[in-house]
Design a protein around this ligand. Structure first.
Ligand code: GAR
Length: 191
């Protein structure tokens, strides 16, 4: 069972790297076929190239609206026979149509313990609320932002002296562990 994966990114791509690294293991049930970004200067594009993974940049500016953008994205994924789409720091909201077409085939990672702290600036809000713990969540994507069945979560402590940066780093360490694990379990459908 070897599934074809496309990873969607917008930025530095550290989760993407964790997925690519995991896929290099012969026993991993997936191949990373393609990395797609909506941001031409996403650092992750260079990293993907270093690993020999093909990359594509799809420019929002050449489309009239998000529906057309997502149609083009969907077409590309179909042409490439992609089985599963992994959003990894992809900072663009999917259209409802896209999520319908790829129902139960899109996984996302979010830097909070969902359903808490959906949206942006999660770490800042966690610190502001003096939470004692935070973490990250992988989930199946549904049309509503940062919603859908939760696949895996990891918790980290929040320390009184924490800054956004060091909390983000602590959470990222866990993201890099749970995302490859999530993908593997999702494909093998084990709990
Ligand atoms: C990660 O923390 C990821 O969870 C978050 O962006 C960061 C991307 O880092 N995603 C979201 O906030 C999506 N709602 P990376 O590019 O180094 O993987």
């Amino acid at each position: 069972m070897n599934k074809k994966i496309a990873i969607l990114i917008s930025g530095s791509g550290s989760n993407m790297r964790a997925l690519i690294e995991a896929s290099l293991n012969d026993k991993f049930p997936a191949t990373i076929e393609l990395v797609i970004s909506n941001n031409s200067s996403a650092g992750g594009l260079l990293i993907a190239k270093k690993y020999g993974v093909r990359t594509r940049f799809i420019d929002r500016k050449i489309f009239d609206n998000n529906e057309d953008y997502d149609k083009a994205l969907s077409l590309l994924l179909k042409e490439e026979n992609i089985d599963i789409v992994c959003a990894a720091g992809y900072m663009k909201i999917f259209t409802k149509q896209f999520v319908e077409i790829w129902k139960n085939k899109i996984i996302n990672i979010h830097p909070s313990l969902l359903p808490d702290y959906k949206g942006l600036n999660t770490h800042k809000r966690v610190l502001h609320d003096h939470q004692k713990r935070s973490g990250c969540t992988t989930h199946i994507v549904e049309p509503e932002l940062d919603s859908g069945p939760i696949l895996m979560q990891a918790t980290v402590p929040v320390k009184p002296e924490d800054t956004v940066e060091n909390l983000a780093k602590r959470v990222l360490v866990m993201e890099h562990i749970i995302y490859p694990l999530t993908l593997k379990r999702f494909i093998l459908r084990v709990n």
